[in-house]
Design a protein around this ligand. Sequence first.
Ligand SMILES: Cc1ncc(COP(=O)(O)O)c(C=O)c1O
Length: 401
Amino acid sequence: MQKPTLPPAESPLSGYPAIAERAERVAPFIVMDVMSQAAAIERRGGSVVHMEVGQPSAPTPRSIRTAVSHALEDGRIGYTQALGTDSLRARIARHYREAYGVAVAAERVVVTTGSSGGFILAFLACFQPGARVAITAPGYPAYRNILIALGLEPVAIEVGPETRFALTPELIERAHREKPLAGVLTMSPANPTGVVMRPEAIADVAACCRRLGLWYISDEIYHGLTYEAPATTALAADPDAIIVNSFSKYYCMTGWRVGWLVVPERLVRPIERLQQNFSISVPYLSQVAGEAAFDATEECEAIKAGYAANRAFLLAALPAIGLGDFLPVDGAFYIYLDIGRYSNDSMSFCRNALEGAGVAITPGLDFDEGRGGRTVRLSFAGSLAECEEAVSRLGTWLGRR
Ligand SMILES: Cc1ncc(COP(=O)(O)O)c(C=O)c1O
């Protein structure tokens, strides 16, 4: 019998089993749609300056690629232990001692498929089905979507300049009083705001979580990319904080899909069992790359100096074209702009910027469902020439040149 042709996405399904509601509820990344629109313009021969993508434009440092070439040549590319190779776990533990002066036993380190894989493992190990987890709005959209996909409840707490876009004990306690939370997730430096939480702010959140008996998860993926003071690890405030980190950003390794968790000892075995069953292990070559990354400091710092130059240029140039409403960017490679004086519809503002100015930027609605209509995010992970071109095009488009 011939199978019926697939119905259009929105029409009621007949003849097919239903798709799980938790999968249906997961929202797409709007930035991906911007990328497709930009690609369509480029296919027609148009020119686009890309400021929408949250990844380094620089290649992975050469020394990392050389280390992987040797491993590739050796040819023994097999499964590793589910928690990661001993040598990478030891190297990550050493990094905590050297970079932060914090002692971490290698046994508490779990190598993951990017920080994205780390979130899934940590959420599954820590939270019962239906548990409520506090996150910030604005914030990284995948937090919300991963939590929903796992049958957990994201509790998006609106934050603003008054708390430097960070959660505070007061905000956490208020949400917990309304209906008990099971955990709190913070990030520093943050996406999309670029704000770095001060050490006292992290210590306050950690103490609050301990007082209320909540898991505290700290996303530290943009560590290394700070322009004023270095970022503090939540481990310095509380050895039981769960740290999520990755080689993607500072080390320019988004495509390698390798990151890590540092977890309290009692979580190691449950997470090991999950990883054994989900993916057996993280790809071996990516783990070799991760280990070599810690010795690529010179190349990584040179790339970071490029971001610092882009940042300095944009902080001065954006206000001059009427886009000056943003917090000083302490870290990461994003500027989160308030465009309220031009529009409260960031989707059409971004569409028009793309079509009218040839500059791809991301609508704030990706990061803040409630207030993102009046904000946009610019990524300055490209070259200085691209930043200059973007400002020139946007300035002309906004009639400021
Ligand atoms: C705040 C934040 N956390 C986590 C991730 C996921 O990164 P990865 O899975 O590549 O480590 C990103 C990616 O943009 C991010 O911005």
